[in-house]
Design a protein around this ligand. Structure first.
Ligand code: ZN
Ligand code: ZN
Length: 470
């Protein structure tokens, strides 16, 4: 008896709202803080978006028919959730698609390797190429190679990428993919293989784009999975003076100019003459996975946050969501949006494109120039475990328009510790999303967007990029 009374007392302490209302469900949230807290516990909208787009569409490579189906799907979803002014803004782009992709070492140790082609690279032709491999343990080692020294060779660029919470490992390892193949080609290489820009040890190569400098003819290039890159490094250690030869078959092709597009929708504010709050993500994905963390989750988070703010009452400012097209192969949508909307002022830009793990830090580019607003935002997100910082926000890839206007930007920094385990691989699928962390994202976004969309004053910005802010 005594123990069951104690249990009852504990229950009513744990669920005071339920105990005081009908006894079966919690009271409806009223204040912005209660709405955000409710989103953290109960949001289902962000999950509905990312579940829907990964299940009904899946891969949605820029410029392809699959991306067009994703746009149509997103428009139906936004309309079903009563966004206003839902529209598609088309643009043209050059479109690259994957072909066959195999790699094998021929001598002195023969075995197949897991590889995937990098975006914007050339074809080996269906017969493939066979050549000696030259190993560069780092990008710096490739930079030091003499001009012409790679003539007729395949360059292998390795590197060391480690997971970091802020994703900074990408900045150190990324050049191997971003410009490594072009650098190798400029020194005569006929093809390049890199160690995947990734932090896991699965046989899932990581794709992504590369760019070749002006005047350098693009070559075939691909990323080996991390265990295959390990294997190739061990072959070099065991081969001694014997050359390592590799056969590569990579047959991507260009489809020429095709259509892509941006998708927008709005929660219309009470005062349409005030600049809107712009929330961005990208609707395209790489073709290998189903684009759950990159960036189906981001679009779900921003749309769910916009609806949550609307549920608190019609906001003062319009909230616009921008689902940018064709981010992965060169920010085509972000650039097209900036070209079309540069003259239209935006109050602030925020993007979600770093997976679905929890937000841990609040960065802005007005922390020093508008400390009162920063303090208000920091207080709104503190209940969700988000730390303040003095880092200067630079905005995400899909916010070119705000950057081009030198406007206000916020980065809601997500935990990137496991992002590069999955990034641009076949493993970017829905099951990798933790629903509780996805809801925390929605809660933090709702808290931030609610402050901004209901604020009349301009954001105070210094003319230069926040001097003295670090
Ligand atoms: Zn992305
Ligand atoms: Zn990406």
């Amino acid at each position: 008896m005594k123990s069951s009374l104690l249990a009852l007392a504990a229950l009513s302490f744990a669920f005071p709202a339920a105990a005081q209302s009908s006894g079966t469900r919690e009271a409806a949230p009223r204040t912005p803080a209660e709405h955000a807290a409710d989103a953290a516990k109960n949001d289902t909208l962000a999950w509905d978006f990312v579940d829907g787009i990964t299940t009904e569409i899946g891969p949605r490579q820029p410029g392809t028919e699959a991306e067009a189906r994703a746009r149509a799907w997103a428009i139906r979803w936004l309309e079903a959730h009563r966004f206003a002014n839902v529209a598609q803004e088309p643009f043209d782009m050059p479109t690259w698609v994957r072909g066959d992709e195999t790699a094998e070492t021929i001598a002195p140790f023969a075995q197949p390797l897991a590889i995937t082609a990098l975006g914007n690279t050339a074809s080996t032709g269906p017969a493939g190429i066979t050549a000696e491999v030259v190993h560069f343990p780092s990008y710096a080692a490739l930079e030091a190679a003499a001009p012409g020294s790679l003539a007729g060779k395949i360059a292998f660029i390795s590197h060391d990428m480690r997971p970091t919470q802020d994703g900074s490992g990408y900045g150190f390892a990324g050049p191997a993919r971003w410009t490594g193949p072009g650098l190798a080609a400029s020194k005569g290489a006929i093809a390049t293989v890199i160690r995947s820009i990734g932090t896991e040890n699965h046989r899932t190569p990581h794709t992504g784009t590369t760019t070749f400098p002006e005047g350098v003819t693009p070559t075939p290039a691909g990323a080996l999975s991390n265990p295959d890159a390990d294997n190739l490094e061990r072959m070099f250690a065991r081969a001694g003076q014997r050359p390592i030869t590799m056969r590569l078959v990579l047959t991507p092709r260009w489809l020429g100019t095709t259509k892509s597009g941006n998708v927008v929708g709005e929660i219309v504010g009470r005062n349409r003459s005030l600049p809107p709050v712009l929330l961005a993500c990208h609707i395209d994905s790489w073709d290998l996975g189903t684009g759950a963390i990159d960036d189906g989750a981001g679009c779900g988070i921003i749309a769910a946050a916009a609806k949550r703010v609307q549920a608190m009452g019609r906001p003062l400012r319009t909230i616009r969501v921008l689902f940018a097209g064709a981010e992965e192969t060169g920010l085509w949508g972000s650039r097209a949006y900036s070209a079309a909307h540069l003259a239209e002022p935006f109050y602030v830009g925020i993007e979600s494109d770093f997976g679905a793990d929890r937000i841990w830090r609040l960065d802005t580019n007005f922390t020093a120039s508008d400390p009162a607003l920063y303090r208000e935002l920091a207080a709104a997100v503190a209940p969700f475990g988000v730390a303040p910082s003095r880092e200067v926000a630079t905005g995400g890839a899909d916010l070119n328009v705000v950057r081009d206007q030198n406007g206000a930007l916020i980065d809601l920094q997500q935990d990137g510790t496991r992002y590069f385990d999955l990034h641009h691989t076949p493993d970017d699928t829905l099951d990798k999303i933790d629903p509780a962390q996805l809801r925390q994202n929605v809660a933090v976004w709702a808290a931030v967007v609610n402050v901004l969309a209901n604020r009349a004053e301009p954001i105070r910005r210094t003319s230069e990029a926040e001097p003295g802010n670090r």
